[in-house]
Design a protein. Sequence first.
Length: 211
Amino acid sequence: MGFYENRVLPRFIDLALGKQVEPTRARVAAGLSGEVLEVGFGSGRNLRHYPGTVRRVFAIEPATGGRKIAAPRVAASRVPVEYIGLDGATVALADESVDHVLITWSLCTIPDVRSALSEVHRVLRPGGSLRFVEHGRSPHTKAAQWQDRVTPVWKHLFGGCHLNRAIRDLITDAGLTMCEIRTYSDKGPETIARMYEGVAVKRTNEGPTDA
C-alpha cells in the first residue's frame, strides 16, 4: 500500500464519509450486540454508534493512516477494539465466533470481495447477521454502463473502489440470506450515489460443510 492509499486517502474518506452520513451509520449499527467483526474499520467513525449491548469489536483495517485517525476514537470508546488483520479475505477468527459483522462502504474496495464475504459467513454464529451499507451497481442500465466505464479510473483514484459491484448478489452468493435491503440514490449522480443498505443473516439450520 503506497503513501497516497495509506496516508492521504484515509483522511479524505474520513471527511467525505463524515457528519453527513452519521445518521446512516447509526441506523446500520443499531441492531448490533455481543462480539462484532467490523471489516473496513477505517477511522473508527462507527464506534460512537455501537449499542451498549456490544461487548467487543474485532477490526480489520489495512491503512495505518486510518488506524492513526481512529486512535483517539478507539481510546475514548467504551467498547474494546482489537485489530486482527489487514485484509478481509483472511480473517484470524475461529469458525462461528462472532455475533454480527458490520461493513460500511468497504465491500467496494476489498480486492477479493468474494473471499471476504465467505469469511464473513464462516465466522458468523448461526443466526448472526451482516449489517451493511455500500454503494454499488445501479439498477438503471445507462447508469450501470457508465459505472463500468468509469470504474477502471475511479478505482485507481480511490483506493480500489469499484462503483459497479452487485452488492445483493455478492452477499447472497456467499450463503447469507437477505432479510432486509433497500436501495436508494444518495446525493450525487446515480453513477456514484447508488446505495445498498440492509441486513443478511446466516441461517440457523445450515448443516456442516464438507472439508
